[in-house]
Design a protein around this ligand. Structure first.
Ligand SMILES: Nc1ncnc2c1ncn2[C@@H]1O[C@H](COP(=O)(O)OP(=O)(O)OP(=O)(O)O)[C@@H](O)[C@H]1O
Ligand SMILES: [Mg+2]
Length: 392
């Protein structure tokens, strides 16, 4: 066969070895020791096949392959990428990656397969390829710029695809959480009926079982609401229904809904509210959720007979809401992280998914407010929320 094969490998001994193995099927053998040289020989000599190593100085085999397959004058040259398990490459799955970069074949050096037998069909397939006119070589700078452009393009494609997948995931989470809401409401409604004796009298033991079910379904519905909100926020679809909100009343009502759980743990509440509070503009349901998420944490981390202190007062142009507990507090390492999705203090064995604070932060951000935590480990945690007060 009168074919030209370019062998690209940074080791001369390896080149020699392959040359011996291929001498019977190649008319002419060319050699390149690095990626830049390989690209230029490919452009100027137009070989029929390139045998390409991955690990090379300056630019690697994948980049060489991508660039050659992107150029009109070299895209029809057959490229076979070679790897071996012993050499650590830049990617985890070299086979898939090789084909993604546009390679025509992938030769696993450890497979035990003969190189000549592997290469032969590629050369035969390539028979009708007309030889292109040789072009002038590229400078190293031109090659590096071209590769960088290719990477930008790849990055753009990957990011667009990731965005698309993320949107689909959000829509799925939103649908599923939405579907959870109504059956959960029904379960809670019937449990309430049982607890209130509407379905007949219950023994003490039965009542306790119903209470546990109610608490658990309350927790489940908090989680479902958090998930739904998060999906909406991420999809940019969370819309606030702005109205006048009385934070004093909202906080007091929310505390009331936790009164049973608090009583059980012996946790008491202290309220330090400014007596002259005005209304703010906000979404009542969403702000309730912020309070619920903060309060459920404070209660969860409060020791038996702990105290939760609520403060509400003006701080310049903001209404400032503080909730402070007497729990274990949060170490400085975690203070910023706990507002991220699914982020929980590692040693924390208490139940939770790590969504509550992420949702609270997103809601506060949508209100153009601020939320942060102050804590000294072992001395409780204080969460602070600042919401803008409309100017009059
Ligand atoms: N008052 C607090 N005291 C001590 N640690 C806290 C307190 N509030 C939050 N944390 C820490 O921050 C983490 C994140 O809180 P977040 O409310 O986002 O999630 P969660 O309570 O674990 O789960 P979820 O709220 O989704 O049920 C908690 O796991 C906990 O480690
Ligand atoms: Mg929580």
């Amino acid at each position: 066969m009168n074919k030209t094969i370019l062998i690209v490998d940074d080791s001369q001994l390896v080149q020699q070895m392959y040359s011996q193995q291929l001498k019977n099927i190649a008319g002419k053998l060319l050699h390149a020791q690095d990626g830049i040289e390989a690209i230029n020989i490919a452009i100027t000599e137009q070989p029929d096949l390139i045998l390409l190593d991955i690990q090379m100085p300056r630019i690697n085999g994948y980049q060489v392959c991508r660039l050659l397959k992107d150029r009109n004058d070299t895209k029809n040259i057959t490229i076979v990428i070679m790897t071996s398990r012993s050499s650590e490459g830049p990617v985890l799955d070299p086979r898939t990656w090789s084909f993604q970069t546009g390679a025509d074949g992938y030769f696993d050096k450890d497979s035990g397969e003969g190189l000549e037998a592997f290469i032969k069909p590629f050369l035969e397939k390539n028979c009708e390829n007309e030889r292109k006119q040789a072009l002038s070589p590229m400078s190293e700078m031109e090659i590096l710029t071209a590769i960088s452009r290719l990477l930008d393009r790849q990055l753009y494609t990957d990011v667009t695809r990731l965005k698309e997948l993320n949107e689909r995931k959000n829509a799925f989470v939103a649908n599923v959480s939405h579907e959870f809401k109504s059956p959960l409401g029904i379960i809670k409604g019937f449990l309430d009926n049982l607890k209130d004796g509407i379905c007949g009298p219950l023994s003490q033991e039965q009542l306790e079982a119903v209470r546990i079910c109610l608490n658990t379904s309350n927790r489940l519905s908090r989680l479902v609401f958090d998930l739904l909100d998060l999906a909406k926020i991420e999809a940019g679809k969370m819309e606030l229904e702005m109205q006048e909100v009385d934070m004093d009343r909202l906080i007091s009502q929310t505390i009331e809904t936790f009164s049973l759980e608090m009583k059980k743990k012996g946790v008491s509440v202290k309220k330090e509210f400014d007596y002259d509070l005005r209304l703010i503009m906000g979404d009542q349901d969403k702000l309730t959720q912020v309070i619920v998420n903060l309060l459920s944490n404070s209660l969860k981390y409060s020791p038996e007979n702990g105290v939760i202190t609520f403060r509400l007062f003006y701080d310049n142009d903001f209404l400032r809401f503080e909730i402070e507990d007497t729990g274990p507090g949060i170490s400085p390492d975690y203070m910023a992280k706990i507002f991220d999705k699914f982020e929980r203090v590692k040693a924390d064995k208490r139940e939770g998914t790590g969504l509550g604070l992420a949702v609270a932060k997103d809601i506060v951000d949508l209100h153009k407010g601020q939320i942060w935590v102050e804590s000294e480990q072992g001395k409780g945690a204080k969460f602070i929320v600042k919401l803008p007060v409309p100017k009059i």
